[in-house]
Design a protein around this ligand. Structure first.
Ligand code: AMP
Ligand code: ZN
Length: 116
């Protein structure tokens, strides 16, 4: 299928994985836009927010609960969660992913002008 994030899930593509369970995986972004920049993804291939369906409600709920735990484990007191939706929304990889960004030392650093 050629989806790079599916390849990370299948361990066919190397990634710096910080959390994994049967439903989701979280790994470091290769081009970080913040001191901590993780990508949290469902293992199931869902193209984008637009393709989330009713049968994914438990999965997406699970992802949000775990994302909060992952943030805590990475010493993030506060953080941003960003999701690019569709080509027009700046999405480049069409496997649903949540950008988890944080670790800034100052308010100035917290602005992310180059968020795609
Ligand atoms: P988006 O624009 O929301 O689709 O973001 C895709 C993100 O995936 C970008 O921030 C990339 O830096 C990141 N990315 C692409 N390939 C990899 C990879 N192999 N491992 C980790 N992060 C990646
Ligand atoms: Zn995929």
């Amino acid at each position: 299928m050629g989806c790079i994030f599916c390849k990370i899930v299948e361990k066919e593509q190397k990634a710096d994985i910080v959390y994994e369970d049967d439903k989701i995986i979280a790994f470091k972004n290769i081009r970080p836009l913040a001191p901590v920049h993780l990508l949290v993804i469902p293992k199931k291939h869902i193209e984008s927010v637009k393709e989330i369906s009713g049968e994914d409600i438990d999965l997406i709920g699970h992802l949000w609960v775990k994302m909060k735990d992952i943030a805590k484990e990475n010493d993030l007191k506060g953080y941003k969660v960003a999701v690019n939706v569709g080509k027009e929304g700046g999405q480049e990889i069409f496997h649903l992913h949540y950008h988890l960004l944080g670790g800034w030392k100052s308010k100035k650093d917290r602005d992310i002008p180059n968020m795609p």
